[in-house]
Ligand binder design. Structure first.
Ligand code: ADP
Ligand code: ASP
Ligand code: MG
Length: 423
């Protein structure tokens, strides 16, 4: 009997009717003779509602204080409700099923509440129950910190719960059911031209997730890559008896034909900061980024433009919008030691990235990107690259237009070739 993990996101469990639809997908796997663990998210909108309640009770300080621990206690409740409801629905259909909360497994995490990382999952009790024919319905997103308190894994964290559980119990695969029928060449909500990708490598999916394609949480792909867990992304809105082929996330070697560019991904959740007139001498940049790191502020694109003549440099970087206020506070509190004249910030910026393994071996991808944006009169504020990704920062007003133009420029909208399906 193979063990498999199925994960259903918020829209897939949005109400009892949707939970009944989910139960049909689960029955299919049980009837096929598999041992099944089902990881569920909170019902659509529920996590946001719970976060809102916490904010009404007093905004959490982004530190390890008691208030933030209670924040996790509240927001983890959304998943507890959906796991209990799905267990009830399965029981009413005559199946043996039970809900598992993170602390009951236990799924152990680090102490950083709100963005905890999974440190260990005990497979003994849950594995035994599954082998005994009981369906394990697991609350995603939540775990238990070393202090014994409930922790959560960051937004979209149920994906990570599912993949980590799959790795821990040696599952044959992890199926992520969501509201789209696979991973697309760009967010299908942004472009009608977006095309489903039949197979994508872990490496490309990791880049896509880390630059903002929210279809999978970044950490979930890291874990899948490390443990070689096969993932499929499928739609829970397909008929349960005939789901579409979805997208398989697998090793690069298992993909027959590789495109040069696989996807275009926007991240609207960016903000930029420019530190003006910093003395152009050793140690100043180190001071800026050490202060930000100490405040647990993640930094992304960095650009320095030095004016040698005048002995000053401007240093720009991007961070997530949520971190912006804190980044400005941290820098202003150290203004004298860093020695800058003033700070500029902009929330109306979007990072647009093109991703593709083929970039390792093909030249000209950057040229096409910059020329396409230039032809559309779109100004590039910042650039960063990795081996298989190029990102540019542009004004948000032009972002959707830029995504569609780049999608066209790399021929991503053209009909799928048979080889694309890796048939
Ligand atoms: P869930 O609640 O099931 O976890 P999410 O909302 O977190 O679902 O993720 C699914 C969403 O990801 C889709 O509705 C889609 O708009 C978005 N998305 C962004 N980029 C992509 C992409 N390249 N391919 C597919 N979906 C994408
Ligand atoms: N419910 C959590 C969120 O909305 C976790 C998840 O959906 O994956 O972020
Ligand atoms: Mg999600």
């Amino acid at each position: 009997m193979a063990r498999i993990v199925m994960k259903f996101g918020g829209t897939s469990v949005a109400n009892i009717e949707r939970i009944r639809a989910v139960s049909a997908f689960v029955r299919r796997e049980i009837d096929a003779g598999h041992g099944v663990a089902v990881v569920v998210s909170a019902m659509a909108g529920e996590t946001n509602r719970l976060i809102g309640l916490c904010a009404d009770a007093g905004p959490p300080a982004p530190t390890l204080d008691a208030r933030y621990i209670e924040h996790d206690t509240v927001v983890a409740a959304g998943e507890q409700i959906s796991s209990g409801l799905l267990a009830l629905v399965m029981q009413n259909l005559g199946y043996r099923a039970r809900s598992w909360q993170g602390w009951q497994i236990p799924l152990k995490t680090s102490i950083n509440h709100g963005e905890a990382r999974i440190s260990e999952i005990s497979d003994s009790a849950i594995g035994e129950a599954m082998d005994g024919g009981e369906i394990a319905i697991v609350s995603g997103f939540q775990g238990i910190a070393p202090t014994g308190r409930i922790s959560t894994l960051g937004r979209g964290g149920s994906d990570t719960s599912a993949v980590a559980l799959a790795a821990a119990i040696g599952a044959a695969r992890c199926d992520i059911y969501t509201d789209v029928d696979g991973v697309y060449t760009t967010d299908p909500r942004l472009s009608k031209q977006a095309r489903r990708i039949a197979k994508i490598s872990y490496e490309e999916m990791l880049e896509m997730a880390s630059v903002g394609a929210k279809v999978l949480q970044t950490r979930s792909v890291e874990i899948a890559m490390a443990y070689k867990t096969p993932i499929r992304v499928l739609s829970s809105f397909d008929p349960p008896d005939a789901p579409g082929p979805g997208t398989t996330i697998c090793d690069e070697d298992d993909i027959v034909e590789q495109n040069i560019v696989t996807a275009v991904t926007p991240d609207f959740n960016e903000a930029s900061v420019t530190v003006l007139a910093v003395p152009d001498e050793p140690g100043r940049a180190a001071r800026i980024f050490t202060r930000l790191a100490e405040a647990a502020i993640n930094i992304d694109m960095i650009v320095q433009s030095a004016s040698r003549e005048h002995g000053f440099a401007n240093i720009s970087f991007t961070t997530k919008e949520d971190y912006l206020e804190r980044a400005l506070e941290v820098l202003n509190s150290d203004k004298e030691a860093i020695g800058f004249s003033s700070l500029q910030s902009d929330r109306n910026v979007t990072k647009v990235s093109v991703i593709g393994l083929g970039m390792k071996t093909h030249a000209g991808v950057a040229g096409t990107m910059f020329q396409t944006l230039a032809d559309k009169g779109i100004n590039i504020q910042n650039i960063s690259t990795s081996e298989i990704k190029i990102s540019v920062l542009i004004n948000s007003d032009a972002a959707e237009y830029a995504v569609r133009a780049l999608h066209d420029a790399y021929g991503l909208g053209s009909p799928a070739k048979p080889a694309d399906e890796n048939a």
